[in-house]
Design a protein around this ligand. Structure first.
Ligand code: BYC
Length: 329
């Protein structure tokens, strides 16, 4: 790989482009060819910042996303369900770690990202600010939230930034398992008693609209989409992915026997898209502003966990210091 410094020297010798222009041209060429940008490559500052923003928000979502489900580990209805749920929550921790590592390759430290999160300066997905009052919510999270995550994240496996795209491959494989376990929880409840069917439908009613909000604001109000798509970070717009998701849900809802809570939902042959009711964007904006049903609780627990884990970080740092001393001796 040619470094910007090499380009600068070569370009200046020919009296052509400045180093920055040549590096930019190389970057543009890689993007135009749909190639990957790697950490060693020159990249525009705005590209780096956008990636840090999106990847760190994504990592925070995985870490905060452990909370609504871990609430149910001790109350899951059988040993098998507990083991499955525990494995799923553990997977989310792993996703957070791959993503923090990918963000670190862009020059931000893990400590800085963690501080941004616990001080309330960072965003994480709106979806994790909703509560989980029943066991059926575990089914609805798996089916709807992980289902939306798959729709949004499979295209990210082809994101132009190498470490992000590669992290997404493994994440998506695990999300598929999560989605199926959620579907299966709902299926079993729907084949159970009247009370269990009501519980399942109630959870679908609670999670359907927030899961549509996961895809972000409508395209005409999405300030970042155009540039992120031009850089091959995002491959589809927020509204296109939302449509794709609804198209995936409709036949699955029929198999489950649940009703998607939108009386206006129907396929429009003329447009080739689903017509649907307007999403409550006021609710979305309230959640983003920190005023959702569980925002304060999620941050409080994250801060507490960070403080409780201080001794582990100190012990690991001390061990690393001693190892370094030993190998220097
Ligand atoms: N919640 O210009 P836009 C998971 C913000 S993890 C909160 O369209 P962009 C899982 C957006 O950040 C799920 N904020 O932005 C985990 C921006 O604000 P800033 C997380 C949102 O980036 C555990 C502003 O609104 N998935 O599935 O082009 C268990 C304008 O939006 C939301 C990811 O992070 C939202 N829903 O598109 C189970 C995937 N939507 O930064 C499951 C990766 C928008 O300018 N991220 N905002 O202040 C993405 O694909 C994109 O970042 C988004 C937003 C589609 C989310």
């Amino acid at each position: 790989m040619t470094s910007p410094a090499d380009l600068s020297v070569a370009g200046a010798a020919r009296g052509e482009q400045s180093g920055d222009e040549a590096a930019q041209a190389l970057f543009d060429d890689l993007i135009a060819k749909d190639s990957r940008i790697e950490p060693r490559d020159w990249m525009p500052e705005a590209y780096r910042k956008t990636l840090i923003r999106q990847i760190s928000q994504h990592a925070h979502s995985e870490i905060i996303g452990m909370q609504p489900e871990s609430n149910w580990i001790t109350r899951a209805p059988s040993l098998k369900r507990k083991a499955i749920l525990m494995a799923k929550v553990q997977d989310e921790a792993g996703h957070g770690l791959y993503l923090y590592s990918a963000a670190q390759t862009l020059g931000i430290t893990r400590e800085e990202m963690m501080l941004q999160l616990i001080e309330g300066r960072a965003r994480y997905s709106s979806i994790f600010n909703y509560t989980t009052p029943t066991w059926a919510d575990m089914g609805a999270i798996g089916w709807l939230v992980d289902g939306a995550a798959i729709c949004n994240q499979v295209p990210l496996c082809r994101a132009s930034y190498g470490p992000y795209g590669r992290a997404m491959v493994r994440i998506c494989k695990e999300e598929s398992f999560h989605q199926r376990q959620g579907f299966e929880i709902l299926l079993e409840l729907m084949q159970g008693t009247e009370a269990q069917r009501e519980m399942a439908q109630g959870a679908v009613d609670r999670w359907y609209w927030p899961s549509l909000m996961m895809f972000g604001p409508p395209d005409d109000q999405s300030p970042n989409s155009a540039q992120s798509m031009a850089w091959n970070i995002k491959r589809f717009s927020n509204d296109d992915l939302r449509q794709r998701f609804v198209g995936m849900l409709v036949p699955q809802a029929e198999v489950l026997g649940v009703t998607l809570p939108d009386p206006n939902l129907r396929f429009n042959d003329a447009t080739g898209q689903y017509d649907m009711s307007e999403i409550d964007w006021t609710e979305f904006n309230e959640v983003l502003a920190g005023r959702g049903p569980a925002n304060a609780e999620r941050l409080r627990r994250r801060r507490e966990a960070h403080e409780d884990g201080a001794w582990v970080r100190e012990a690991a740092a001390e061990y690393a210091r001693k190892q370094a001393l030993k190998s220097a001796a």
